[in-house]
Design a protein around this ligand. Sequence first.
Ligand code: MSP
Length: 537
Amino acid sequence: MSERTVYITTPIYYVNDRPHIGHCYTTLLGDVTARFHRLMDPTPGSTFFLTGTDEHADKVVTSAAAHGVTPQQWADRNAAEFEKAFAFMNSSHDDFIRTTQDRHKSKVLEYIRALQKRGDIYLGDYTGWFDASQEEYLTETAAKEANYVSPVTGVPLVKKTEKNYFFKLSAYEARLKDHFAKHPGFVQPEARRNEVLGRLNELRDIPISRAITDDPTSQWGIKMPDDPTHRIYVWIDALFNYLSVVDTDARRKYWPASVHFIAKDILWFHAVIWPALLMALHDSDAKYGFVQLPTAVYSHAYWVREGRKMSKSLGNFVSIEVLQAYAARYGLDAVRWYLITQGPQGATDADFSHAKFVEVYNAELANGIGNCASRVSNMIEKYFGGSTPAIGAASTRVHAACADAGGKVATALKSLDTHAVTSLAVAIIREVDAYINDTQPFKLAKTVDQNPAAKDDLGAILANCAEAIRIASVLMSPAMPQKMAQLWQAWSCTPAPGAPLASLCTFAGPHSLKPGQKIAKGDALFMRADPAEAPPA
Ligand code: MSP
């Protein structure tokens, strides 16, 4: 049994939208991180990865009506689109939560009841600026700053007053501040943490319900316990998904979440409201003693397209269809690689540009690991009949490039930095290329007839290269599981199930290529791309 479990989540996406690069990216970030954790600790069930859909938004009702179906039918249809999109992206989530499922709804009611019992929920009046496109209220200051239009979509805000149940967020300000002070890694990256800290003052209580009227829109959602005239505000319902999914006897061990991956748009909900709800729930009843705060909320920046913000009005989203067209031409793993290595981890937006895609594809994949693996396996086939030569005294520059790869991955994952791992893999491949250029094994091969001792040197050079490529391939495998599996098959080095990453990444270690082991050239992993060719979509 593993000592500690890892629990990774993504936002649950509004079921009304069509899946696009933003949704696919955050889910991919969760997927790649989960795959790394499963490699580090292969104990079955030690990592749990969750994604899903948020279905109680008002827009679901209006769209359903426009399409002549019920809100539930509309949600079913669109949730299926997200499931298909993430299956296409080869996401390895362990569960897919839909907020219209009974397992979630019944838990939300239980949590709200517990908060009521504790006295953290009361009925009051709320007046505010409502952003219908985001299903959220803005404070007077925030609304003024945004010129009374939605800061996200530009839709005009509407002033509304309603009777609401309120959550006593204000009562948690001091404890939240304390938590931030004691856990500097709670909100990452640093820039986002500072943003939250800058606003963590004079917190007001927040409405957590909406009145139910004759308007069918207002009837969609989870009803407040013991009050059929109110439904639970979609955001409160949604946040609870992270807990409801694992609040079962078999899964409670996963809580607290290791990381909630989100983007900067929904930071406040995750960094302030969510932890306050959890604190309140924790204190409400002894049975919620396990409800500690998540270890980290990681809020990445945004994808933009060809330098421009993506928006409905511009109609320029990189849709799932665009990603599928790229995958059809360059392979799905190339798309995963581009998104994960060039994506907006950290606080700076990232650009989805065709020219950049082709540049990265050629440099790191076709001319990178693809060409490097084919060069080395070619030579092993040609000079050693496809049988791995002995590695000799392995103290080469490629050996040095692989030093402590397992330790480096562990450190990078602690700071949620998958870029550090993919960059390490790229650096190893560059080192192999440079080593081949330095040692010129193809020239050395020509001297073997006159000088048989040179054959050992030649063998050692190629075995060092192959071993370094194997390690790079392990490091690249969470991002490119299919392509790396193809390479491992040709090289007969598929990692044994249950082999932990630290030993898989040890140069000339227990899982290294052994002398005599068959290495076949196999099909090219990546064909070179023509930069002049028009984008696929
Ligand atoms: N339903 C809420 C989240 C509830 S979580 C308890 C929601 N849904 S959403 O469909 O709007 O998804 C927002 C998330 O999608 C972002 O936080 C991010 O993960 C992803 N992205 C949406 N657009 C994006 C970009 N342009 N770039 C990167 N990711 C973005 O908010």
